[in-house]
Design a protein around this ligand. Structure first.
Ligand code: UD1
Length: 416
């Protein structure tokens, strides 16, 4: 298994081009199933997750080709409706194929994803929503099974804001008979951009970017031609690297408004941030100031930046309080950061972080993507050598991470 070896203590300087967003790409990849034909997606990050999703589409009968970051998907020949456990368990987003398969074929057999490294991640809202649209779904042998389904418009209110459930129900509603209203919908850029892509293909969606979506079913969609938006979490992670190392990093090819909550927190921590139209410059302080963070649905501070922010606070000049309200157990990085000398006390879903002057390099490992990113950040700022194990998690969500960090002056190498 690959590891990353990092020798910390260098301020990162220079410019980095931010890749396309994984979380925006996966729903669009699922949407290609709705329209038989050849779809072209540009700026798709080459990651394990996008490759896994491509594999799911291939198993369904699609032809998929990556050329650089251009992904071409031909969904004309899709002839299977089964997404197997082996793939769904490695990537939960595979469940997004459920609604498109029901919409196009009236049937589907998709594995239930099961748990995840940071606890339960239910899909009850996906299933209940599809059921209110007329899909009689059964759970059989660990699979969600739908037969003879004809999706019909309905009003679906979500009791919590869910990116996944909003995406699933949008994918169900665009080709359904009649109109669907989604209340308390997610407004993450990934969701809004999916809506815009679908509208460009002939879907009728009102209220994009608001918590109430009204979707009028159409009989067919045209194939997708789009460019995936930049990854706001990757951008914010590099901004955090500037904050932790006292560096100056220019993030290029970004949409600054998409990670404003993270930028504001980093400013509070002492960073100087200059926002341009598609670039952001972040200059880190000599030492970050402590900040308090509560994760929230967009436009609030994202749960996907909680781990990285804890790493920043670990070297701050005082005590920070960080609460995750989206995923209450998502703290596997804390024990590893403690092994690097951080002072963190975990009380339920709240981490109290007493900043230390300096972290010390150590052998660490993480069990999920963003937790791994926080350990890399910690390693960049720590004294001595840090070896981050199990970096296949990083390969799920950060394109060429060690190359990009290396180009900014980090001493980092992948060890096979
Ligand atoms: C969440 C994040 C997303 C992030 C992703 C991976 C939010 C709102 N969403 O998305 O930004 O990229 O994690 O880190 O911050 N829930 C249910 N039933 C369901 C679906 C969800 O109870 O059927 C709950 C979840 O347990 C969670 C909340 O709703 O507490 C938000 O879930 P959702 O947005 O769907 O999660 P992800 O799509 O994983």
């Amino acid at each position: 298994m690959d590891k990353l070896r990092i020798t910390g203590g260098r301020a990162l300087e220079g410019a980095v081009r931010i890749s396309g967003s994984k979380n925006a790409a996966l729903p669009v990849m699922a949407a290609t199933l709705l329209a038989p034909g050849v779809h072209r997606l540009r700026n798709v990050p080459r990651l394990r997750d996008t490759q896994t999703f491509a594999r799911v589409l291939e198993l369904l009968g699609a032809k998929v080709a990556f050329e650089g970051n251009l992904l071409t998907i031909d969904t004309q020949g899709v002839n299977s409706v089964e997404a197997p456990y082996e793939l769904v368990k490695t990537m939960r987003a595979s469940i997004y194929v459920l609604a498109p398969l029901l919409a196009r074929f009236g049937r589907a057999r998709v594995s239930l994803p099961g748990g995840c490294a940071w606890g339960p991640r239910p899909v009850n809202l996906h299933l209940a929503g599809l059921q209110s649209m007329g899909a009689a779904l059964e759970i059989e042998h660990g699979y969600i099974v739908g037969r003879d389904v004809r999706l019909k418009g309905a009003t679906v209110g979500f009791d919590v804001v869910s990116v996944g459930a909003t995406v699933q129900l949008m994918l169900a509603a665009v080709l359904a008979e009649g109109s669907t209203v989604l209340e308390n919908a997610a407004i993450e850029p990934d969701v809004t951009v999916l809506g815009e892509v679908l509208v460009a293909c002939g879907a009728r969606i009102e209220g994009l970017g608001t918590r109430r979506l009204e979707i009028h079913g159409v009989s067919a969609l045209r194939p997708i031609e789009t460019s995936i938006i930049p990854d706001r979490i990757e951008a914010a992670t590099f901004a955090a690297a500037a904050a932790m190392t006292g560096g100056r990093i220019r993030l290029e090819g970004v949409r600054p408004e998409h990670f404003e909550a993270s930028l504001r927190k980093l400013e509070e921590a002492g960073c100087v941030v200059e926002r341009g139209a598609d670039a952001v410059a972040v200059a880190g302080p000599a030492r970050p100031r402590p900040v308090n963070v509560v994760t929230q649905p967009y436009p609030g501070f994202p749960t996907d930046m909680q781990a990285q922010m804890i790493a920043v606070c670990a070297v701050a000049s005082g005590t920070s309080v960080i609460e995750d309200t989206i995923y209450l157990d998502r703290f596997t990085h804390v024990q590893e950061l403690v092994r690097m000398g951080a002072h963190i006390e975990l009380k339920g879903n709240v981490a109290v972080v007493a900043g230390v002057e300096r972290l010390s390099g150590a052998q660490v490992m993480a069990t999920d993507l963003r937790a791994s990113a926080s350990l890399v950040l910690a390693g960049l700022a720590a004294e001595g050598e840090t070896v981050v194990d199990r970096i296949y998690h990083l390969d799920r969500g950060y394109e060429a991470l060690e190359k990009k960090l290396g180009a900014l002056g980090a001493r980092i190498e992948r060890v096979k």
